[in-house]
Design a protein around this ligand. Structure first.
Ligand SMILES: [Fe+2]
Length: 361
């Protein structure tokens, strides 16, 4: 069976070289045996993954894949610092693949030129072009919508139609958000730059900041708590936090925060550009010697059965358009996603950050 394991050579940089030496010696011995006539059976039995995804979220899928194929996994969970680690390890990284969230992280990693181009018609069929890299270096696996949430008691959801509305003075003193510089908000602002231009985006950010009920602070869930407490009426939130709060059995107060809010999908008008979304994704390291096995696993993740699990465990949307969202998630409402490619968001991220600095969001 697979297990979530952190190995010495993963965890402790100071022991990297000694441990790596052991690995090299073991691998060399394996190759010597393979060279003695066993090459055909020398299939990869383990894929090493660096992941910033929640361990409980991916483990059921890894277990299912192991049951089906016999391929096992070693996963190093890195909530932060994956890019720094991969840059330092360079070609010596034990990782074959990465699983991570957000276009900002995927493009940051891609800039290190560590990903290999994957040639797979299964992936290009299952994953829409807007949610994968045009050079096939990374692929989206699930979609998250960054929506507005409004007070269930104090706001009629029909009052808010577009993200642009949040700069309107009718919302003066009524909006809460986390800091603009968080990748979620930066990508959202990047989408506004892509659609409306940098000048209009800056005006929008100035309007938003003028409408804030308090200094930007906390995470997405903290904004729901603020609405629950009556501090503000509107906030920005990734929809999966709604699910994580609604069904939170450990911190039951979060269930109350979820009850206080309603989700509003934005920019849904016929001529409008659709709801801003971001992705989680995966990529294969150029240095990996298990290209075929890694591609096969990626392809498997893009297929309906895995897509259903991969997306719904974290209350997200499948990236494969032939897979319907989970019933609970669908009950929050349907929406049309922005057609903008997530790569386009990455291009506008530096300008978005400049505007965030200027406006103090
Ligand atoms: Fe998140």
């Amino acid at each position: 069976m697979t297990a979530v394991i952190s190995y010495g050579f993963f965890r402790d940089n100071s022991r990297l070289s000694v441990s790596r030496l052991c690995v090299i010696l073991i691998l060399s011995a394996a190759f010597l045996i393979a060279g003695a006539g066993l090459i055909r059976t020398a299939k990869a039995e383990t894929l090493n993954i660096y992941s910033s995804r929640n361990p409980q979220l991916i483990q059921p899928l890894l277990d299912a894949y192991t049951d089906e194929t016999g391929i096992s996994f070693k996963v190093l969970h890195l909530s932060d610092g994956m890019a720094q680690r991969l840059e330092a390890e360079a070609d010596n990284t034990p990782a074959d693949m990465v699983l991570t969230t957000d276009i900002s992280r995927l493009s940051e990693l891609d800039k290190l030129h560590i990903f290999t181009a994957v040639d797979s018609s299964i992936l290009t069929t299952n994953i829409p072009a807007k949610w994968r890299d045009e050079d096939h270096h990374w692929f989206g696996l699930s979609v998250r919508a960054r929506v507005a949430v409004v007070s269930a008691d104090r706001v009629d959801p029909d009052e808010l139609k577009q993200i642009e509305d949040l700069a309107d003075s009718r919302w003066r003193g009524r909006i809460c958000t986390r800091k603009g510089s968080h990748p979620y908000n930066r990508a959202l602002l990047a989408s506004i730059i892509a659609h409306n231009g940098a000048e209009a985006a800056q005006e929008w950010a100035e309007g938003l900041v003028a409408n804030l009920a308090r200094k930007p602070q906390g995470n997405d869930r903290a904004q729901a708590r603020a609405i629950h407490a009556g501090l503000c009426d509107v906030a920005l939130m990734n929809t999966y936090y709604y699910g994580l709060m609604k069904f939170n059995l450990k911190k039951t107060e979060q269930q109350e925060w979820a009850k206080s809010i309603r989700i509003v999908f934005l920019n849904q008008g016929d001529d409008d550009h659709g709801q801003h979304v971001n992705i989680t994704g995966a990529a294969i390291l150029e240095s990996s010697e298990k290209y075929d096995e890694a591609v096969a696993f990626l392809e498997w993740l893009s297929q309906p059965e895995a897509q259903r699990v991969y997306a719904s465990t974290n209350y997200e949307y499948p990236v494969n358009p032939n897979v319907a969202p989970d019933a609970e998630i669908a009950s929050w409402g349907t929406f049309r996603a922005d057609d903008l490619s997530v790569q386009e968001l990455a291009k506008h991220a530096p300008m978005a950050q400049r505007i965030i600095n200027i406006t103090g969001w």
